[in-house]
Design a protein around this ligand. Sequence first.
Ligand code: SAH
Length: 489
Amino acid sequence: MSEKGCVILVGAGPGDPGLLTRKGLEALSQAEVVVYDHLVSREILELIPAEARRIDVGKTAGRHPIPQPEINRILLEEAQAGHRVVRLKGGDCFLFGRGGEELELLVQNGIPFQVVPGVTSALAVPAYGGIPVTHRDFCSSVHIITGHKRADGALSLDYEALVRLHGTLVFLMSVSSMGEICRGLIAAGMDENTPAAVIERGTTPAQRKVLAPLSGIEKEAAAAAVSPPAILVVGPVCSLSEELDWFDRLPLKGLRVLLTRDEGAQKRLVPVLEQLGAQVFSAPMIRTVFRDFDPEVLKEPGPVIFTSAAGVEAFQRVLWSQGLDARSLAGKTFAAVGKGTAAALEAMGIRADFIPRVYNGLEMARQMVEEGFLRPGDSPLLLRGNLASRELPKVLEEGGIPCREVVVYDTLPLTPEELPPEFDAAVFTCASCVRSLEKALPEGALTGKTALCIGPRTAEAAREAGMNIQMAEEASADSLITLVKGMTL
Ligand code: SAH
């Protein structure tokens, strides 16, 4: 829809961000206003464009959820103001989602709208629990039922009819009415040994499953302190749940891994980690603020050394802002501290002349001289961040090669809003990331957590923070992927 002032109702799926449809993602990426409720997962909310306005209409902590007529009114007013509004709902937007009600007011006011169906929890959650909702050996229908009680506390279900169907029964919103439902089914003639399952927070790393016969499922679910969102599945197909279980058996199931946001190399880790069952958060670990510097420093002869990808980015920004580009660097030679930094240079069309085999200042200095990248009398330009280690320039200076150092960016502490959610393991590609995160979190917060590290300095910083170290063999994304694949819980 290209028009101004419209509403797109989007089903966000049951939780796993991979279950958002392509069409839903497309709508989200073009949204100017996003109205969402509490069942939409955090990972999906992170896909909302930074410039879009977010309206949370589902918050329950501390206040009542916004009443339905008010949600309808918000949608109408935002669209009338000319915005592209996305109304994000958990699961499918029309299945117990009041999607229909929200569209009525729009129709009355001539507001254009579209509907992007979503993957419903009623089908996807059993699938992630190893339960095929139909199976030729067991049943030929599946029924989706609400367990939500009316305001007067009544649950008006026709149990005889449900029992007669001999199909799989999926109850949504059924945590508080579970006992009543099970007793109702048994009283209407269903075998009390019929297999049943309760699945909480299905399709997410926090998924939990309880299996029991119909007569015992309420007690088992209560013993496990199951709370919403959860579904109750009743029917012989539940007997397949253990044999067909796959999600809970993924090797990294439940592991919450923190990655550094905006770190190109780490993006490739996301699908690998997710396929292994981990929950991946990407949050900033450091705040990088680029400095201006005088590009005149490039006029002086001498090789250029970068010790981080951020340094390369700072450098490129200054070049471009001065109307210069890679052509103004003709004849220069470049060293990059590792593959990530070299890749940042490559993105500018520059091939690094030197990348050390081992990544620490001492070794890098030694190899640069040994391999002829630096010669006595050179005056290399070292473009670095304010927190970069002083080891490299110190060693070079002692060897008679003084550097011209320019700080091209500053690494600042994270603001409270930037702090990551709870995590079990973090991937670090620089020592300053570790230190910055350590500083931003409460004291000792990193102790005992796992650090997946690139490079010995990073590992050292993580060890100092009390973390358990797993170290990639090489400083590359491929090597990190190999490390992650070999991880077990
Ligand atoms: N439109 C949604 C359902 C909204 S009603 C859909 O299609 O999925 C809310 C109920 O959905 C919850 O009470 C719970 O029963 C179920 N539900 C939603 N997400 C769930 C999840 N990840 N795991 C288990 N149940 C879920």
